[in-house]
Design a protein around this ligand. Sequence first.
Ligand SMILES: [Zn+2]
Length: 179
Amino acid sequence: MVGKRQSFNDYPKDYIGNLFKDKGKQDIYDKYKEKYPLDIEALIKELDIKIEYKDFPDGISGRFNGNNVIEVNKCHSLTRQRFTLAHELGHYLKQHEGNCHRQSLLTYNSKEQIEESEANLFARSILMPADEIDNFFQEYKDSMQKENFNFIKHLVEKFNVSTDALKVRLITLGFVEGW
Ligand SMILES: [Zn+2]
């Protein structure tokens, strides 16, 4: 079930490091990038970006308003809020114009769709780095053979992400073929 990962569809740590470097903030990423679950909230605050928790309708996860404020839907689950924070940080680091994180990609124009895909890829990559997943599978190689070993549960806890987000990450990296 678990295979060798492919190198596409990923922002490796050195690429993410360069995005921080462009903002003159690589030292901040370096401080956080070895410890998981990533403390995304503390990292963002160290970048002098303010986080505001809002009572948004369910269809809106969050927003980067361009004035160094990230707004997050406080009604969503913690793991979803973490993903939203990472997603909006992606918009900031990749110099996208301030925009809203809507539920359906169909409501975006093509430039926005590319930016949304990039922000989602950024979020998956910074929260669940491929090298950390690699290390995990190396470390647990023997346990993986046991039928009752729940590697999904281990990884969900390691990264503090939703099961769905983890599964998307494992599939797009080619670690697994699907469920
Ligand atoms: Zn977005």
